[in-house]
Design a protein around this ligand. Structure first.
Ligand SMILES: N[C@@H](CCC(=O)N[C@@H](CS)C(=O)NCC(=O)O)C(=O)O
Length: 197
């Protein structure tokens, strides 16, 4: 498998961490979605990362569906397979990836426009603040559902992006959660400090 994209993307990072935790071999191509846009586009018409090229050449284009594919290859997936446990974990992971999406969107607004749209900026900032408050209100003492899972990884990757790209200070529970996650060897290995494109 080939994982394309830089680990300062919270979406690329969650897939890289899952691949490592599953012990799956993969080549990593840390292409910039802006600087190497043509290379990304040659594989993925959405021109986004992560892009995952499977052994048979099939190209997957969204972190959720990459994890869905990987989970079916292992005995002990990082999302529960069925029932409300799965729904709860997906809900949490989706709050995490949603937080990352709004943080990326706010970053692009500020980076790519000479004059930003104040309403859009304020909306993104409000959405980020509201999700952080919601996550803080249910933040666990260790991991969200017992053992580390995709939901924890999604939230942790989003938190790092929010702090690095926007210099935001996390509420105390999430700050401790982020430190706990980043202290794990797999988080230290699958990691790249944020670089503005
Ligand atoms: N829902 C997607 C989001 C991926 C995404 O937004 N990636 C960003 C990099 S962090 C990207 O490729 N941005 C370039 C663009 O959207 O044109 C996923 O989970 O993989």
């Amino acid at each position: 498998m080939i994982l394309i994209g830089q680990y300062d993307s919270p979406f690329v990072r969650r897939v890289g961490i899952a691949l490592r935790l599953y012990g799956m071999g993969f080549d990593h191509r840390p292409w910039s979605v802006f600087g190497q846009a043509d290379q990304v586009a040659a594989l993925n018409p959405l021109m986004r990362v992560p892009t995952l090229v499977l052994e048979d050449g099939l190209v997957l284009t969204d972190s959720h569906m990459m994890l869905d594919h990987l989970d079916r290859l292992v005995d002990a997936p990082l999302f529960p397979r069925t029932g409300m446990a799965r729904t709860r974990a997906l809900r949490l992971a989706t709050l995490g990836t949603g937080l990352a999406e709004k943080a990326v969107s706010l970053f692009y607004e500020r980076r790519l426009h000479e004059v930003t749209a104040p309403d859009w900026e304020a909306r993104c900032a409000r959405q980020i603040g509201q999700v952080l408050a919601a996550l803080e209100s249910e933040c666990p003492a260790a991991w969200w559902f017992g053992a580390l899972g995709h939901a924890d990884i999604a939230v942790a990757c989003a938190l790092r992006f929010v702090t690095e790209a926007h210099g935001m200070t996390l509420p105390p529970g999430l700050a401790a959660f982020s430190i706990r996650a980043e202290a794990l060897p797999v988080f230290a290995e699958i990691c790249q400090p944020f670089q503005a494109p």
